[in-house]
Design a protein around this ligand. Sequence first.
Ligand code: 8YV
Length: 324
Amino acid sequence: MTPDQTPDILLIRQTRPDVAERLAARFRLHRLDDAPDRDAVLSAIGPRIRGLAVGAMCPIDAALFDRLPHLEIVSSFGVGYDTIDVGAAARRGIVVTHTPDVLSDEVADLALGLLLAAVRRIPQGDRYLRAGHWRAASFPLTASLRERRVGILGLGRIGQAIATRLEGFGVGIAYHGRTPRAEVSYAYHDSLIGLAQAVDVLIVAAPGGPETRGIVDAAVLAALGPEGIVVNIARGSVIDEAALIEALRAGTIHAAGLDVFENEPQVPDALIALENTVLLPHVGSGSHHTRTAMGRLLTDNLVSWFEGDGPLTPVPETPWSRAR
Ligand code: 8YV
């Protein structure tokens, strides 16, 4: 690329310095976040922008695309892209890329951590010790992972990484998703309620978006039963949060381990007040190692696209290998 062909890239809600540095080395970089008047910035540079680098969970919609008539690619920092209007992107011939695979193991590790923490009450035990209660009495016995059956909602890349880890725990493994996977021998259920009836742990690993909104509802939670454990490392929107709070409060289910919430970073006080929840601030992919790999893939997608080699990891809705 000669200097006058250097593409203009707009960075939105992606604050890692290594990402900005790598982009600035290859592209003419503009930033929307620190701009005092976003509207003025879009009016001034919008027509020049050919690529977007965006943080995960960043709303990217048709109204923004209208301001960027020469946009070719949206490169997102995350595997989930439920906040990006990929239909609108596809209609305009804009490629959307995300960061699959590089975070699957990290998120799966955290899912297992949340499961163990929720079943064996690990944070509660830590708080008990720190408060000095151990000197007076032993910590109460807890529920167990022994003899449990674990259901995975969504056996995609992360769901499969979770299942692989669960094999080492000696639990039964079942799953529900749109289609059975020929390559695995875990029990498939063609309905979520059927899965919930068959298991007593539900790990949510399904993508967010309109198709999965609120599908873990009061009926699914009731089907899990009073020993039921819910773990969510996917999107808060997949669970009906009000129904979950009610089920935890009433003892319809036993406990929950949650890394994601309906309205992040707001977490309902009712969830925080409950003793049978383990709550994390959306840190599934949040290690130095994995966030560095994600940032690299975000920038590599843009570099590869503008060098004419196509996107490395496009979402399935925009599978084009060349600019259209
Ligand atoms: C985010 C995520 O990328 O990949 C996803 O879909 O939700 C996370 O890994 C992370 O929170 C960075 O904002």
